[in-house]
Write a protein that binds this ligand. Structure first.
Ligand code: GLC
Length: 584
Protein backbone atom coordinates (compact mmCIF):
# COMPACT_ATOMS: atom_id res chain seq x y z
CA UNK A 1 0.00 0.00 0.00
CA UNK A 2 2.75 2.38 1.08
CA UNK A 3 4.79 1.62 -2.06
CA UNK A 4 1.77 2.33 -4.24
CA UNK A 5 1.34 5.73 -2.61
CA UNK A 6 5.02 6.47 -3.11
CA UNK A 7 4.81 5.55 -6.80
CA UNK A 8 1.79 7.83 -7.18
CA UNK A 9 3.65 10.72 -5.57
CA UNK A 10 6.64 10.14 -7.84
CA UNK A 11 4.43 10.09 -10.95
CA UNK A 12 2.67 13.31 -9.95
CA UNK A 13 6.01 14.99 -9.25
CA UNK A 14 7.44 13.85 -12.55
CA UNK A 15 4.38 15.22 -14.32
CA UNK A 16 4.72 18.58 -12.58
CA UNK A 17 8.39 18.80 -13.59
CA UNK A 18 7.68 17.83 -17.21
CA UNK A 19 4.77 20.24 -17.56
CA UNK A 20 6.85 22.94 -15.88
CA UNK A 21 9.77 22.48 -18.25
CA UNK A 22 7.43 22.30 -21.27
CA UNK A 23 5.96 25.60 -20.16
CA UNK A 24 9.36 27.27 -19.85
CA UNK A 25 10.24 25.87 -23.26
CA UNK A 26 7.01 27.21 -24.76
CA UNK A 27 7.36 30.50 -22.92
CA UNK A 28 10.91 30.88 -24.23
CA UNK A 29 9.88 29.85 -27.72
CA UNK A 30 6.87 32.14 -27.73
CA UNK A 31 9.25 35.07 -27.66
CA UNK A 32 10.72 33.98 -30.98
CA UNK A 33 9.13 36.06 -33.71
CA UNK A 34 8.35 34.64 -37.14
CA UNK A 35 8.57 30.96 -36.27
CA UNK A 36 7.91 28.65 -39.22
CA UNK A 37 8.18 24.91 -39.63
CA UNK A 38 10.52 25.23 -42.59
CA UNK A 39 12.92 27.45 -40.65
CA UNK A 40 13.25 24.70 -38.04
CA UNK A 41 13.56 21.94 -40.63
CA UNK A 42 16.58 20.01 -41.77
CA UNK A 43 16.09 19.29 -45.47
CA UNK A 44 17.51 15.98 -46.66
CA UNK A 45 18.05 15.77 -50.40
CA UNK A 46 17.53 12.40 -52.04
CA UNK A 47 18.91 11.74 -55.51
CA UNK A 48 16.31 9.14 -56.52
CA UNK A 49 18.35 7.62 -59.32
CA UNK A 50 21.05 6.57 -56.87
CA UNK A 51 19.27 6.02 -53.57
CA UNK A 52 17.70 2.55 -53.65
CA UNK A 53 16.68 0.30 -56.52
CA UNK A 54 13.69 -1.92 -55.76
CA UNK A 55 13.41 -3.87 -59.03
CA UNK A 56 16.96 -4.71 -60.03
CA UNK A 57 17.16 -2.54 -63.16
CA UNK A 58 20.17 -0.71 -61.75
CA UNK A 59 18.33 2.60 -61.30
CA UNK A 60 16.95 3.85 -57.99
CA UNK A 61 13.18 4.28 -57.80
CA UNK A 62 10.26 5.49 -55.70
CA UNK A 63 9.52 2.11 -54.16
CA UNK A 64 13.17 1.97 -53.16
CA UNK A 65 12.83 5.31 -51.37
CA UNK A 66 9.64 4.18 -49.63
CA UNK A 67 11.43 1.09 -48.38
CA UNK A 68 14.06 3.30 -46.74
CA UNK A 69 11.85 5.88 -45.07
CA UNK A 70 12.48 4.45 -41.63
CA UNK A 71 16.17 5.06 -42.19
CA UNK A 72 15.49 8.66 -43.25
CA UNK A 73 13.23 9.18 -40.27
CA UNK A 74 15.92 7.76 -37.95
CA UNK A 75 18.26 10.55 -39.03
CA UNK A 76 16.03 13.16 -37.44
CA UNK A 77 15.55 15.17 -40.64
CA UNK A 78 12.03 16.33 -41.38
CA UNK A 79 11.85 17.35 -45.02
CA UNK A 80 12.86 15.36 -48.09
CA UNK A 81 13.69 17.14 -51.32
CA UNK A 82 13.56 14.79 -54.29
CA UNK A 83 15.36 15.60 -57.52
CA UNK A 84 12.97 15.45 -60.50
CA UNK A 85 10.85 12.32 -60.67
CA UNK A 86 8.78 13.27 -63.72
CA UNK A 87 8.67 11.62 -67.15
CA UNK A 88 11.95 12.33 -68.88
CA UNK A 89 14.30 10.94 -71.52
CA UNK A 90 16.99 11.53 -68.88
CA UNK A 91 19.49 13.37 -70.99
CA UNK A 92 20.08 15.51 -67.90
CA UNK A 93 18.88 12.97 -65.31
CA UNK A 94 15.32 14.25 -65.07
CA UNK A 95 16.02 17.96 -65.46
CA UNK A 96 14.58 17.53 -68.94
CA UNK A 97 10.90 16.85 -68.39
CA UNK A 98 8.79 15.40 -71.17
CA UNK A 99 5.55 15.21 -69.15
CA UNK A 100 5.01 17.12 -65.91
CA UNK A 101 2.01 14.97 -64.99
CA UNK A 102 3.69 11.59 -65.23
CA UNK A 103 6.26 9.75 -63.16
CA UNK A 104 9.51 8.77 -64.90
CA UNK A 105 9.11 5.14 -66.00
CA UNK A 106 12.36 4.01 -64.39
CA UNK A 107 11.18 5.49 -61.09
CA UNK A 108 7.76 3.80 -61.03
CA UNK A 109 4.12 4.83 -61.27
CA UNK A 110 1.79 7.49 -59.91
CA UNK A 111 0.55 4.85 -57.50
CA UNK A 112 4.11 4.45 -56.22
CA UNK A 113 4.28 8.20 -55.79
CA UNK A 114 1.01 8.35 -53.83
CA UNK A 115 2.24 5.56 -51.57
CA UNK A 116 5.57 7.30 -51.03
CA UNK A 117 3.87 10.56 -50.07
CA UNK A 118 1.40 8.83 -47.74
CA UNK A 119 4.19 6.84 -46.07
CA UNK A 120 6.23 9.99 -45.61
CA UNK A 121 3.36 11.89 -44.05
CA UNK A 122 2.62 8.94 -41.78
CA UNK A 123 6.14 9.38 -40.40
CA UNK A 124 5.90 13.14 -40.07
CA UNK A 125 8.21 13.71 -43.04
CA UNK A 126 7.41 16.44 -45.55
CA UNK A 127 8.03 16.29 -49.29
CA UNK A 128 9.52 18.98 -51.50
CA UNK A 129 9.57 18.39 -55.26
CA UNK A 130 11.86 19.90 -57.85
CA UNK A 131 10.16 22.46 -60.06
CA UNK A 132 11.97 22.59 -63.40
CA UNK A 133 10.26 25.30 -65.43
CA UNK A 134 12.97 27.32 -67.10
CA UNK A 135 13.03 24.62 -69.75
CA UNK A 136 11.43 21.32 -70.72
CA UNK A 137 12.73 18.35 -72.63
CA UNK A 138 12.65 18.64 -76.40
CA UNK A 139 10.51 15.49 -76.17
CA UNK A 140 7.80 17.41 -74.31
CA UNK A 141 4.54 17.60 -76.29
CA UNK A 142 4.59 21.40 -75.92
CA UNK A 143 7.91 21.56 -77.75
CA UNK A 144 6.92 19.00 -80.36
CA UNK A 145 3.91 21.18 -81.20
CA UNK A 146 5.95 24.35 -81.01
CA UNK A 147 8.56 23.20 -83.48
CA UNK A 148 5.99 21.72 -85.91
CA UNK A 149 4.99 25.03 -87.55
CA UNK A 150 5.29 28.76 -87.07
CA UNK A 151 1.53 29.05 -86.64
CA UNK A 152 1.05 26.25 -84.13
CA UNK A 153 -0.73 27.46 -80.95
CA UNK A 154 2.28 26.29 -78.92
CA UNK A 155 4.80 28.17 -81.07
CA UNK A 156 5.13 30.91 -78.45
CA UNK A 157 5.71 28.49 -75.61
CA UNK A 158 9.41 28.69 -76.46
CA UNK A 159 11.87 31.32 -77.73
CA UNK A 160 12.22 31.21 -81.51
CA UNK A 161 14.40 33.40 -83.71
CA UNK A 162 13.38 33.32 -87.41
CA UNK A 163 16.44 32.64 -89.57
CA UNK A 164 15.49 35.36 -92.09
CA UNK A 165 16.48 37.90 -89.39
CA UNK A 166 20.03 36.56 -89.60
CA UNK A 167 21.91 34.77 -86.84
CA UNK A 168 20.72 35.63 -83.34
CA UNK A 169 23.17 37.33 -80.96
CA UNK A 170 25.45 34.89 -79.16
CA UNK A 171 24.11 33.20 -76.05
CA UNK A 172 26.30 30.71 -74.15
CA UNK A 173 24.94 27.33 -73.22
CA UNK A 174 25.97 25.31 -70.20
CA UNK A 175 25.86 21.85 -71.69
CA UNK A 176 26.06 22.34 -75.45
CA UNK A 177 29.02 20.76 -77.21
CA UNK A 178 29.55 24.00 -79.14
CA UNK A 179 28.67 26.20 -76.14
CA UNK A 180 25.98 27.74 -78.32
CA UNK A 181 22.53 28.29 -76.78
CA UNK A 182 20.79 28.82 -80.14
CA UNK A 183 19.96 25.70 -82.11
CA UNK A 184 18.88 25.89 -85.73
CA UNK A 185 15.75 23.86 -86.53
CA UNK A 186 15.28 23.30 -90.27
CA UNK A 187 11.59 22.37 -90.05
CA UNK A 188 10.55 26.01 -89.53
CA UNK A 189 13.82 27.68 -90.51
CA UNK A 190 14.35 29.19 -87.07
CA UNK A 191 16.61 28.97 -84.03
CA UNK A 192 15.38 28.02 -80.57
CA UNK A 193 16.98 29.01 -77.30
CA UNK A 194 18.43 26.51 -74.82
CA UNK A 195 20.55 27.78 -71.94
CA UNK A 196 21.30 24.15 -71.09
CA UNK A 197 21.54 21.20 -73.53
CA UNK A 198 19.94 21.38 -76.96
CA UNK A 199 17.50 18.80 -75.65
CA UNK A 200 16.37 21.36 -73.01
CA UNK A 201 14.63 24.24 -74.84
CA UNK A 202 13.83 27.30 -72.68
CA UNK A 203 10.17 28.09 -72.02
CA UNK A 204 8.90 31.54 -72.92
CA UNK A 205 7.60 33.01 -69.67
CA UNK A 206 6.52 36.18 -71.48
CA UNK A 207 3.62 34.15 -72.75
CA UNK A 208 0.81 34.20 -70.14
CA UNK A 209 -0.35 30.82 -71.42
CA UNK A 210 2.97 29.27 -70.41
CA UNK A 211 2.67 30.73 -66.95
CA UNK A 212 -0.89 29.50 -66.54
CA UNK A 213 0.08 26.02 -67.74
CA UNK A 214 2.89 25.94 -65.15
CA UNK A 215 0.63 27.16 -62.34
CA UNK A 216 -1.92 24.51 -63.22
CA UNK A 217 0.74 21.84 -63.04
CA UNK A 218 1.97 23.18 -59.68
CA UNK A 219 -1.58 23.04 -58.30
CA UNK A 220 -1.86 19.44 -59.47
CA UNK A 221 1.08 18.39 -57.28
CA UNK A 222 0.17 20.65 -54.38
CA UNK A 223 -3.36 19.26 -54.36
CA UNK A 224 -1.84 15.83 -53.97
CA UNK A 225 -0.46 17.14 -50.70
CA UNK A 226 3.21 17.84 -51.34
CA UNK A 227 4.82 20.35 -49.00
CA UNK A 228 6.81 22.58 -51.27
CA UNK A 229 9.05 23.17 -54.26
CA UNK A 230 12.74 23.60 -54.87
CA UNK A 231 12.82 25.84 -57.93
CA UNK A 232 15.42 24.92 -60.50
CA UNK A 233 17.42 27.87 -61.98
CA UNK A 234 14.35 30.01 -61.34
CA UNK A 235 16.18 33.36 -61.77
CA UNK A 236 16.63 32.44 -65.45
CA UNK A 237 12.95 32.35 -66.39
CA UNK A 238 12.73 36.00 -67.36
CA UNK A 239 14.75 37.17 -70.36
CA UNK A 240 15.13 40.24 -72.51
CA UNK A 241 13.33 38.71 -75.47
CA UNK A 242 14.68 41.24 -77.93
CA UNK A 243 17.90 39.24 -77.44
CA UNK A 244 20.35 42.12 -77.85
CA UNK A 245 24.08 41.54 -78.14
CA UNK A 246 25.32 40.38 -74.76
CA UNK A 247 27.06 43.37 -73.12
CA UNK A 248 30.82 42.70 -73.00
CA UNK A 249 30.93 42.68 -69.19
CA UNK A 250 28.93 39.46 -69.20
CA UNK A 251 31.22 37.55 -71.54
CA UNK A 252 32.58 34.59 -69.63
CA UNK A 253 30.20 35.42 -66.80
CA UNK A 254 26.88 35.07 -68.52
CA UNK A 255 25.15 33.62 -65.44
CA UNK A 256 24.91 37.21 -64.12
CA UNK A 257 23.08 38.20 -67.27
CA UNK A 258 20.87 35.14 -67.37
CA UNK A 259 19.70 35.66 -63.79
CA UNK A 260 17.22 38.32 -62.68
CA UNK A 261 15.59 39.08 -66.03
CA UNK A 262 13.39 42.16 -66.39
CA UNK A 263 10.09 40.54 -65.32
CA UNK A 264 11.36 37.93 -62.89
CA UNK A 265 9.83 39.41 -59.75
CA UNK A 266 6.58 40.16 -61.50
CA UNK A 267 6.30 36.46 -62.39
CA UNK A 268 7.25 35.25 -58.93
CA UNK A 269 4.66 37.56 -57.38
CA UNK A 270 2.05 36.29 -59.78
CA UNK A 271 3.01 32.68 -58.99
CA UNK A 272 2.78 33.42 -55.30
CA UNK A 273 -0.63 35.06 -55.62
CA UNK A 274 -2.13 32.42 -57.87
CA UNK A 275 -0.57 29.32 -56.35
CA UNK A 276 1.91 29.42 -53.47
CA UNK A 277 -0.07 31.65 -51.10
CA UNK A 278 -2.92 29.18 -51.10
CA UNK A 279 -0.93 26.38 -49.45
CA UNK A 280 1.09 25.90 -46.25
CA UNK A 281 4.30 25.01 -48.03
CA UNK A 282 7.95 25.96 -48.30
CA UNK A 283 9.68 27.25 -51.40
CA UNK A 284 13.36 27.55 -52.10
CA UNK A 285 14.99 29.05 -55.17
CA UNK A 286 18.13 27.70 -56.68
CA UNK A 287 19.67 31.16 -56.68
CA UNK A 288 21.94 30.77 -59.68
CA UNK A 289 23.56 34.14 -60.38
CA UNK A 290 21.83 35.88 -57.47
CA UNK A 291 24.04 38.09 -55.29
CA UNK A 292 23.59 39.02 -51.64
CA UNK A 293 22.38 42.47 -52.77
CA UNK A 294 19.45 40.87 -54.52
CA UNK A 295 18.44 38.08 -52.19
CA UNK A 296 15.88 40.05 -50.22
CA UNK A 297 13.96 40.72 -53.41
CA UNK A 298 13.18 37.01 -53.36
CA UNK A 299 12.79 36.19 -49.68
CA UNK A 300 11.53 39.27 -47.88
CA UNK A 301 8.05 38.07 -46.81
CA UNK A 302 6.54 41.49 -47.43
CA UNK A 303 7.23 40.99 -51.14
CA UNK A 304 5.17 37.80 -51.32
CA UNK A 305 7.52 35.82 -53.52
CA UNK A 306 9.52 32.88 -52.10
CA UNK A 307 10.62 31.67 -48.65
CA UNK A 308 14.28 30.89 -49.22
CA UNK A 309 17.05 30.94 -51.79
CA UNK A 310 20.32 29.10 -51.86
CA UNK A 311 23.32 30.94 -53.18
CA UNK A 312 26.53 29.87 -54.84
CA UNK A 313 28.98 32.52 -53.72
CA UNK A 314 31.15 30.26 -51.57
CA UNK A 315 31.14 27.65 -54.33
CA UNK A 316 33.38 30.02 -56.27
CA UNK A 317 36.15 29.41 -53.71
CA UNK A 318 37.75 26.76 -55.81
CA UNK A 319 40.02 24.06 -54.49
CA UNK A 320 42.48 22.98 -57.07
CA UNK A 321 44.43 19.70 -57.22
CA UNK A 322 47.15 19.59 -54.63
CA UNK A 323 45.86 22.42 -52.45
CA UNK A 324 45.30 21.21 -48.91
CA UNK A 325 42.80 23.86 -48.08
CA UNK A 326 40.89 26.86 -49.37
CA UNK A 327 40.72 30.46 -48.22
CA UNK A 328 38.82 30.18 -44.94
CA UNK A 329 38.86 33.91 -44.29
CA UNK A 330 37.01 34.52 -47.56
CA UNK A 331 34.64 31.63 -46.78
CA UNK A 332 33.73 33.16 -43.41
CA UNK A 333 33.26 36.57 -44.98
CA UNK A 334 30.77 35.18 -47.49
CA UNK A 335 28.60 33.36 -44.95
CA UNK A 336 28.72 36.31 -42.58
CA UNK A 337 27.75 38.74 -45.30
CA UNK A 338 24.76 36.65 -46.38
CA UNK A 339 23.65 36.31 -42.77
CA UNK A 340 23.84 40.02 -42.12
CA UNK A 341 22.02 40.92 -45.32
CA UNK A 342 19.15 38.55 -44.62
CA UNK A 343 19.25 39.20 -40.85
CA UNK A 344 15.66 39.14 -39.63
CA UNK A 345 14.24 40.46 -42.89
CA UNK A 346 13.95 37.04 -44.46
CA UNK A 347 15.40 33.58 -44.03
CA UNK A 348 18.56 31.91 -45.32
CA UNK A 349 19.78 28.47 -46.28
CA UNK A 350 23.03 26.68 -45.68
CA UNK A 351 24.55 23.84 -47.72
CA UNK A 352 27.88 22.46 -48.84
CA UNK A 353 26.95 19.78 -51.32
CA UNK A 354 24.26 18.57 -53.66
CA UNK A 355 23.80 16.61 -56.90
CA UNK A 356 25.58 19.36 -58.88
CA UNK A 357 28.68 19.51 -56.72
CA UNK A 358 31.45 17.15 -55.67
CA UNK A 359 31.11 15.34 -52.34
CA UNK A 360 31.17 17.67 -49.37
CA UNK A 361 34.08 16.01 -47.58
CA UNK A 362 36.26 15.84 -50.68
CA UNK A 363 35.65 19.45 -51.61
CA UNK A 364 35.53 21.22 -48.26
CA UNK A 365 37.13 18.75 -45.87
CA UNK A 366 39.76 16.08 -46.21
CA UNK A 367 38.87 12.67 -47.64
CA UNK A 368 42.10 10.92 -46.60
CA UNK A 369 41.48 7.88 -44.37
CA UNK A 370 42.96 9.76 -41.44
CA UNK A 371 40.69 12.78 -41.56
CA UNK A 372 37.63 11.79 -43.57
CA UNK A 373 35.39 11.07 -40.60
CA UNK A 374 36.60 13.98 -38.51
CA UNK A 375 36.35 16.54 -41.26
CA UNK A 376 32.92 15.25 -42.34
CA UNK A 377 31.67 15.71 -38.80
CA UNK A 378 33.23 19.15 -38.58
CA UNK A 379 31.47 20.28 -41.78
CA UNK A 380 28.20 18.82 -40.53
CA UNK A 381 28.65 20.80 -37.32
CA UNK A 382 28.96 23.95 -39.40
CA UNK A 383 25.77 23.19 -41.33
CA UNK A 384 23.76 22.35 -38.23
CA UNK A 385 24.80 25.35 -36.16
CA UNK A 386 24.25 28.16 -38.64
CA UNK A 387 21.40 30.65 -38.66
CA UNK A 388 19.60 29.21 -41.69
CA UNK A 389 17.80 26.09 -42.88
CA UNK A 390 20.33 23.33 -43.65
CA UNK A 391 20.04 21.48 -46.95
CA UNK A 392 21.89 18.22 -46.56
CA UNK A 393 22.74 15.85 -49.41
CA UNK A 394 22.18 12.09 -49.08
CA UNK A 395 25.36 10.16 -48.41
CA UNK A 396 27.15 13.08 -46.77
CA UNK A 397 25.82 11.75 -43.45
CA UNK A 398 28.03 8.69 -44.10
CA UNK A 399 31.01 10.75 -45.19
CA UNK A 400 30.78 9.47 -48.78
CA UNK A 401 33.62 10.73 -50.98
CA UNK A 402 34.28 11.61 -54.63
CA UNK A 403 34.76 8.49 -56.76
CA UNK A 404 37.41 10.21 -58.93
CA UNK A 405 36.96 8.29 -62.18
CA UNK A 406 40.11 7.85 -64.27
CA UNK A 407 38.35 7.29 -67.56
CA UNK A 408 35.76 9.32 -69.44
CA UNK A 409 33.94 6.00 -70.06
CA UNK A 410 32.80 5.91 -66.45
CA UNK A 411 31.07 9.28 -66.56
CA UNK A 412 27.34 9.58 -67.26
CA UNK A 413 26.71 13.29 -66.81
CA UNK A 414 25.87 15.34 -69.90
CA UNK A 415 27.88 18.27 -68.51
CA UNK A 416 31.12 16.29 -68.28
CA UNK A 417 30.55 14.33 -71.48
CA UNK A 418 29.80 17.38 -73.62
CA UNK A 419 32.64 19.42 -72.13
CA UNK A 420 34.93 16.50 -72.99
CA UNK A 421 33.62 16.38 -76.59
CA UNK A 422 34.11 20.11 -76.90
CA UNK A 423 37.71 19.82 -75.74
CA UNK A 424 38.36 16.97 -78.15
CA UNK A 425 36.96 18.97 -81.03
CA UNK A 426 38.89 22.10 -80.14
CA UNK A 427 42.16 20.37 -79.20
CA UNK A 428 42.11 21.18 -75.48
CA UNK A 429 44.15 19.50 -72.76
CA UNK A 430 42.27 16.25 -72.05
CA UNK A 431 44.43 15.03 -69.17
CA UNK A 432 44.13 18.33 -67.36
CA UNK A 433 40.37 18.17 -67.82
CA UNK A 434 40.12 14.62 -66.46
CA UNK A 435 42.24 15.53 -63.44
CA UNK A 436 40.00 18.46 -62.69
CA UNK A 437 36.80 16.40 -63.10
CA UNK A 438 38.00 14.08 -60.34
CA UNK A 439 37.50 17.01 -58.04
CA UNK A 440 34.58 18.88 -59.53
CA UNK A 441 32.44 16.57 -61.69
CA UNK A 442 28.81 16.18 -60.65
CA UNK A 443 28.94 12.40 -61.04
CA UNK A 444 31.14 12.27 -57.94
CA UNK A 445 28.05 12.94 -55.87
CA UNK A 446 25.76 10.75 -57.94
CA UNK A 447 27.27 7.31 -57.31
CA UNK A 448 24.96 4.82 -55.58
CA UNK A 449 24.08 5.32 -51.94
CA UNK A 450 26.09 2.96 -49.75
CA UNK A 451 23.75 0.84 -47.63
CA UNK A 452 25.88 -2.13 -46.59
CA UNK A 453 28.83 -4.35 -47.47
CA UNK A 454 26.97 -6.63 -49.89
CA UNK A 455 27.29 -6.48 -53.68
CA UNK A 456 26.78 -2.97 -55.11
CA UNK A 457 26.65 -1.63 -51.57
CA UNK A 458 23.10 -2.97 -51.30
CA UNK A 459 21.89 -0.38 -53.80
CA UNK A 460 20.78 -2.80 -56.51
CA UNK A 461 20.75 -6.50 -57.32
CA UNK A 462 21.27 -5.58 -60.97
CA UNK A 463 23.94 -3.61 -62.81
CA UNK A 464 24.14 -0.07 -61.39
CA UNK A 465 23.67 2.78 -63.89
CA UNK A 466 26.90 4.32 -62.58
CA UNK A 467 29.76 2.64 -60.71
CA UNK A 468 29.58 2.16 -56.96
CA UNK A 469 32.40 3.78 -55.01
CA UNK A 470 34.75 0.92 -54.00
CA UNK A 471 35.04 2.38 -50.50
CA UNK A 472 31.53 1.10 -49.69
CA UNK A 473 33.04 -1.77 -47.68
CA UNK A 474 33.86 0.69 -44.91
CA UNK A 475 31.60 3.65 -45.65
CA UNK A 476 28.00 2.40 -45.45
CA UNK A 477 24.89 2.58 -43.29
CA UNK A 478 25.04 -0.92 -41.79
CA UNK A 479 28.62 -0.54 -40.58
CA UNK A 480 28.15 2.99 -39.36
CA UNK A 481 24.94 2.28 -37.51
CA UNK A 482 26.85 -0.17 -35.34
CA UNK A 483 29.64 2.26 -34.52
CA UNK A 484 28.64 4.87 -31.91
CA UNK A 485 31.41 7.17 -33.16
CA UNK A 486 30.57 6.97 -36.84
CA UNK A 487 29.92 9.96 -39.08
CA UNK A 488 26.32 8.75 -39.30
CA UNK A 489 25.74 8.67 -35.56
CA UNK A 490 27.34 12.07 -35.17
CA UNK A 491 24.89 13.41 -37.75
CA UNK A 492 21.94 12.09 -35.76
CA UNK A 493 23.34 13.50 -32.56
CA UNK A 494 23.85 17.00 -33.88
CA UNK A 495 20.42 17.13 -35.51
CA UNK A 496 18.97 16.27 -32.11
CA UNK A 497 21.00 19.07 -30.56
CA UNK A 498 19.67 21.55 -33.12
CA UNK A 499 16.10 20.41 -32.59
CA UNK A 500 16.35 20.65 -28.82
CA UNK A 501 17.97 24.07 -28.89
CA UNK A 502 16.10 26.56 -31.00
CA UNK A 503 18.91 29.00 -30.32
CA UNK A 504 20.77 27.05 -33.02
CA UNK A 505 17.98 27.88 -35.45
CA UNK A 506 16.96 31.40 -34.51
CA UNK A 507 19.78 32.73 -32.32
CA UNK A 508 21.74 35.73 -33.53
CA UNK A 509 24.94 34.76 -35.34
CA UNK A 510 28.14 36.71 -34.65
CA UNK A 511 31.45 35.93 -36.33
CA UNK A 512 34.53 36.08 -34.08
CA UNK A 513 38.23 36.17 -34.82
CA UNK A 514 37.52 36.74 -38.48
CA UNK A 515 41.12 36.90 -39.76
CA UNK A 516 41.96 33.47 -38.34
CA UNK A 517 42.98 31.37 -41.37
CA UNK A 518 42.31 28.00 -39.69
CA UNK A 519 39.45 28.32 -37.23
CA UNK A 520 35.90 29.44 -37.86
CA UNK A 521 34.34 30.62 -34.61
CA UNK A 522 31.01 32.25 -33.90
CA UNK A 523 28.40 32.67 -31.24
CA UNK A 524 24.67 32.12 -31.39
CA UNK A 525 22.66 34.20 -28.94
CA UNK A 526 19.02 34.18 -27.94
CA UNK A 527 16.96 35.11 -24.89
CA UNK A 528 20.02 35.58 -22.70
CA UNK A 529 21.55 32.26 -23.76
CA UNK A 530 24.83 32.00 -25.66
CA UNK A 531 26.43 29.13 -27.59
CA UNK A 532 29.97 29.19 -28.94
CA UNK A 533 30.91 27.17 -32.03
CA UNK A 534 34.56 26.44 -32.83
CA UNK A 535 35.52 24.72 -36.09
CA UNK A 536 39.06 23.88 -37.11
CA UNK A 537 39.14 23.69 -40.91
CA UNK A 538 42.84 22.74 -40.95
CA UNK A 539 44.74 19.45 -40.67
CA UNK A 540 46.85 20.67 -37.73
CA UNK A 541 46.26 21.99 -34.23
CA UNK A 542 45.01 25.53 -34.29
CA UNK A 543 43.59 27.93 -31.77
CA UNK A 544 41.04 30.68 -31.88
CA UNK A 545 41.94 34.09 -30.61
CA UNK A 546 39.08 34.65 -28.16
CA UNK A 547 38.64 35.97 -24.67
CA UNK A 548 35.62 34.30 -23.09
CA UNK A 549 35.69 33.08 -19.54
CA UNK A 550 35.42 29.35 -20.15
CA UNK A 551 35.18 28.26 -16.50
CA UNK A 552 31.52 27.53 -16.66
CA UNK A 553 31.41 26.58 -20.33
CA UNK A 554 29.74 23.25 -21.02
CA UNK A 555 30.64 21.11 -24.05
CA UNK A 556 27.42 20.23 -25.89
CA UNK A 557 29.04 18.26 -28.67
CA UNK A 558 32.54 17.47 -29.90
CA UNK A 559 33.54 15.45 -32.96
CA UNK A 560 36.48 13.73 -31.19
CA UNK A 561 35.67 10.69 -29.06
CA UNK A 562 37.63 12.17 -26.18
CA UNK A 563 36.28 15.64 -25.48
CA UNK A 564 38.62 18.64 -25.30
CA UNK A 565 40.96 18.87 -22.30
CA UNK A 566 40.51 21.69 -19.77
CA UNK A 567 43.78 23.13 -21.03
CA UNK A 568 42.58 23.14 -24.63
CA UNK A 569 39.29 24.72 -23.64
CA UNK A 570 41.09 27.46 -21.75
CA UNK A 571 43.31 28.22 -24.74
CA UNK A 572 40.61 27.73 -27.39
CA UNK A 573 42.90 25.12 -28.88
CA UNK A 574 41.51 22.63 -31.37
CA UNK A 575 42.88 19.40 -32.76
CA UNK A 576 42.91 18.83 -36.58
CA UNK A 577 39.37 19.30 -37.97
CA UNK A 578 37.97 19.48 -34.46
CA UNK A 579 34.50 20.92 -33.95
CA UNK A 580 33.14 21.85 -30.54
CA UNK A 581 29.92 23.54 -29.51
CA UNK A 582 29.85 25.10 -26.04
CA UNK A 583 27.08 26.54 -23.96
CA UNK A 584 28.63 29.58 -22.31
C1 GLC B 1 20.05 22.99 -62.09
C2 GLC B 1 20.08 21.55 -61.63
C3 GLC B 1 21.02 20.79 -62.50
C4 GLC B 1 20.51 20.84 -63.91
C5 GLC B 1 20.30 22.26 -64.38
C6 GLC B 1 19.45 22.31 -65.60
O1 GLC B 1 21.23 23.64 -61.88
O2 GLC B 1 20.38 21.49 -60.28
O3 GLC B 1 21.20 19.47 -62.08
O4 GLC B 1 21.41 20.19 -64.77
O5 GLC B 1 19.63 23.04 -63.41
O6 GLC B 1 18.14 21.97 -65.30
Amino acid sequence: MKTLKLIKVIIVMALIVTIGSCQTQTKKNKTIPGRKWWKEAVVYQIYPRSFKDSNGDGVGDLKGITSKLDYVKSLGVNVIWLNPIFASPNRDNGYDISDYYKIMKQFGTMQDFDTLLAEMHKRGLKLVLDLVVNHTSSDNEWFKQSRSSRTNPYRNFYHWWPAEKGKPAKRWSYFDVDHNAWRYDAKTNAYYLHYFARSQPDLNWENPKVRQAIYKMMRFWLNKGIDGFRMDVIPFISKDTTFPKLPAKYHGNFIDYYANGPHLHEYLKEMNKEVLSKYNIMTVAEGAGVTSNEVLNFVNPSRHELDMLYNFEAMGLKRMPGTPSFNLVAFKEIYTKWDSVIDDKGWGTIWLGNHDKPRMVTHWGNDSPKYRALSSKMLTTFLMTMHATPFYYNGDELGMTNIKFDSIKDYRDIETLNAYKHLKETGGNIQKFLDKEKLVARDNARTPFQWDTTRNAGFTTGHPWIKVNPNFKTINVATEEKNPNSVLNYFKKIIKLRKENLILVYGKYTLLDKENPNVYSYTRKMNGEKFLVLLNFSNHNASANLSFDMHKARVLIDNYTSGPTAENIKNFMLRPYEAVVFKL
